[in-house]
Design a protein around this ligand. Structure first.
Ligand code: ACM
Ligand code: ZN
Length: 707
């Protein structure tokens, strides 16, 4: 049905622009699928509300609250006009329609979510003062017809309450912002190395010990510690209240217990469940811990079942998120219990994955079976594709879109949350010094807006596996809620159109204009939103970086080593496009190699040159290390190469700084050859001083500059 509606909605938008009342603009975000504007207005004035007797209790309460709000704003009761809220069971659960004209308003939906979205649309059509205690001029909306439904079923926003915890009041406000934008899933990242945040009666030490850390690293300095004890957790009662608050707005809370990695807080509380037996403490630095839950110990599974049983009591959500990301295997490799489990299960290294990767799949699948038996489905981060995760797991793609594409191609459902545009922790400006401390890259509003979840590589059947889109907010550097608002607004507006609007209904210029009305709403609500798009700073950021001119620009090239799947982007052409990468590794400008070298051949066509250089990115916290060597070869046939020059560079140390580096090899006289080959590499694995020690190192390269 959705697909049939696509064409109809396109036509409707065309009609809307050709015969609408010229002065009437519909500033609604996300833009409804079908809008027709008529002449005239509907005014909430001496209005009687008529609520369908078949309406369910939740919808009834929601509509009644809207009526009360209008009364507070000065609407009189009476018979001059009517607002009719009708249950129409031919509508899907999230579909609604609005028909307004002089004296009459008619809203149709079949269930709570449809009524919520209809009322949110009505509120956005009303003056912005509806959102505050201020007096509204006139409670009127244009005469119009709207028929609306979401493109994607799963429209999520994540909040990490493990790194920093936020009050229930703050969480209410987060939910309110989601409600305005018609989102329906709040993903709460409840547990991590740095803190366990949910009361579990059967395992009280999870909160007595696991919810508290002795201190916190300062900024990005892994050797620092502010020495200030930090912690807290939510009681079951608090969370149940939160669940019902969200449910009253059509929002389901998806709880995440991150397993089997990111579990240092669990083993701090119950050291016998770690592979070494500890002692452990709740982690005070960010990054990834080697100390993970022992997957060979039956007691781990028993505890997880107890935890999940209590979690299901709090959260009725159809989905439970069980993490699965960033689980180092170094402890499992050395642990007698884990190795015995591997043997018992007959797991082996193969050409794709290690026995320990398969052990993780075993653990995830076992937990899934338990949750399925209780009527729940699992979501897990895309790392779980490394092994043999079940077909019924829903994959949350965060390391770019590759994991989601792979999941869909293998017949699994996927939720797209690529860090390249859906991590709202990333900076909103290239002028990073003027921004709050952020993780990773550059994600302005338009980058969020431009995201299209259906990849051109995917068939229609594979696209049907994309359940939805989510943005994530990690809180390593966020301690207070006003900063959350700053990071979320107005990127949430862009997200909502990616989640809600059929692709052909998205329109950056219309969106950008409507955003001014959202700004008024945010002002009324007293939100701390980012202003780049309103004060022109974003346009400055958007100016293309001046290309650098060099002799290999646009040349033919082939790569002899494969970049990492998530950082392949437009390789190898990205390396010769004259556009330099910035300080963000995930901007799409950098080509990333994990555990292998750059090796590229390109055709110089006999142009003379005097130096060959590469630009690389160093981002040590993200495992991206400086090159330790560079070699340049020449060839006349593109097959047989002779070494022209090489150099070695000092490896990064604990004091090394992040940034962009250029390494060049210069020649005493001009050289000429048909083909050039450039190789560069870095250390194989991260050194002992690095928090990720033992893991493979990345080399990130952008431009190869031939002068
Ligand atoms: C993640 O960002 N580690 C899911
Ligand atoms: Zn173990």
């Amino acid at each position: 049905m959705k697909h049939i509606q696509c064409l109809a909605s396109l036509l409707t938008l065309l009609i809307m622009t050709s015969c609408s009342d010229n002065e009437t603009v519909v500033n609604v975000i996300p833009m409804p699928q079908e809008v027709q504007i008529h002449k005239g207005r509907f005014c909430f004035e001496q209005t009687s509300f008529i609520l369908d007797e078949h309406m369910d209790q939740a919808s009834l309460s929601y509509v009644q609250k809207f009526e009360e709000l209008l009364h507070l704003k000065g609407m009189q009761g009476g018979t001059a006009s009517s607002a009719n809220f009708i249950v129409d069971n031919s509508f899907g659960p999230e579909e609604y329609s609005i028909d307004s004209r002089e004296g009459s308003l008619e809203v149709k939906a079949s269930a709570l979510n449809g009524f919520v979205y209809a009322i949110q649309t009505l509120k956005q059509l009303l003056p912005a003062e509806i959102w505050s205690d201020s007096k509204a001029e006139k409670l009127e909306i244009p005469a119009l017809h709207i028929h609306d439904w979401p493109r994607f079923d799963y429209r999520g926003l994540m909040l990490d309450v493990a790194r920093h915890i936020f009050s229930i009041q703050d969480l209410h406000r987060y939910i309110d912002l989601m409600e305005i934008h018609k989102l329906n899933r709040l993903h709460l990242h409840l547990t991590d190395d740095q803190g366990w945040r949910v009361e579990i009666k059967s395992h009280p030490k999870l909160t007595e010990i696991g919810a508290w850390r002795k201190g916190t690293m300062i900024g990005n300095d892994f050797s620092s510690d502010d020495g200030i004890p930090y912690g807290g957790y939510y009681t079951k009662e608090e969370l149940k209240e939160l669940v019902s608050y969200a449910a009253s707005k059509g929002i389901s809370i998806v709880p995440e217990i991150d397993l089997p990695g990111h579990t240092q807080a669990i083993v701090a509380a119950y050291p016998h469940l770690g592979c070494t037996g500890g002692p452990y403490e709740v982690r005070t630095t960010w990054g990834v811990s080697d100390d993970v839950l022992c997957a060979g110990n039956e007691k781990s599974y028993k505890m997880l079942e107890d935890i999940l049983t209590e979690l299901m009591e709090i959260f009725p959500s159809e989905y439970i998120h069980i993490g699965g990301d960033e689980c180092p295997k170094v402890r499992w490799e050395q642990c007698p219990k884990c190795q015995a489990k591997i043997k018992e299960l007959g797991l082996r290294d193969d050409e794709h994955f290690s026995a320990e990767d398969y052990l993780q799949s075993y653990a995830m699948n076992r937990i899934e079976t338990f949750l399925n038996a209780h009527g729940r489905k699992i979501i897990a981060w895309d790392e779980v594709l490394e092994g043999n995760i079940s077909q019924s797991a829903t994959i949350m793609s965060w390391r770019g879109a590759a994991g989601g594409i792979k999941a869909a191609q293998s017949g699994r459902d996927a939720i797209m949350a690529p860090n390249s545009c859906m991590y709202f922790t990333h900076c909103q400006s290239k002028n990073r010094d003027a921004e709050p401390l952020a993780v990773g890259g550059y994600v302005p509003v338009n980058k969020v807006y431009d995201y299209e979840p259906y990849d051109s590589k995917m068939s229609e059947a594979e696209c049907a596996h994309i359940a939805g889109v989510q943005a994530c907010l990690w809180t390593e550097h966020i301690q207070d809620f006003s900063l959350i608002e700053y990071l979320v607004l107005p990127r949430l507006d862009a997200l909502s159109e990616v989640q809600w609007c059929e692709a052909q209904n998205k329109d950056w210029n219309r969106f950008r204009t409507s955003l001014w009305h959202m700004k008024d709403i945010y002002d009324q609500l007293g939100c701390n939103y980012a202003t780049h798009i309103f004060d022109g700073r974003m346009d400055e950021d958007q100016k293309p970086i001046p290309p650098i001119k060099h002799k290999a620009l646009g040349c033919q090239a082939r790569l002899l080593t494969e970049p990492h799947l998530n950082y392949h982007y437009n390789a190898p052409y990205e390396l010769f496009d004259g556009q330099k990468g910035d300080s963000s590794f995930s901007s799409g400008k950098w080509i990333g190699f994990e555990g292998n070298d750059l090796d590229v051949v390109f055709k110089m066509g006999n142009k003379s040159f005097e130096s060959v250089g590469i630009e690389t990115l160093t981002d040590i916290g993200n495992y991206i290390m400086s090159p330790t060597w560079l070699k340049v070869y020449v060839s006349e046939d593109g097959e047989n190469f002779s070494l022209l020059a090489s150099d070695e560079y000092e490896a990064d140390g604990p004091e090394s700084k992040n940034g962009i580096r250029r390494h060049s090899l210069s020649f005493s006289k001009p050289q000429r050859s048909k083909y050039l080959r450039v190789q560069a590499g870095t250390i194989d694995s991260l050194p002992a001083w690095h928090t990720g020690h033992g893991a493979k190192a990345f080399l990130f390269v952008d431009e190869i500059i031939v002068l």
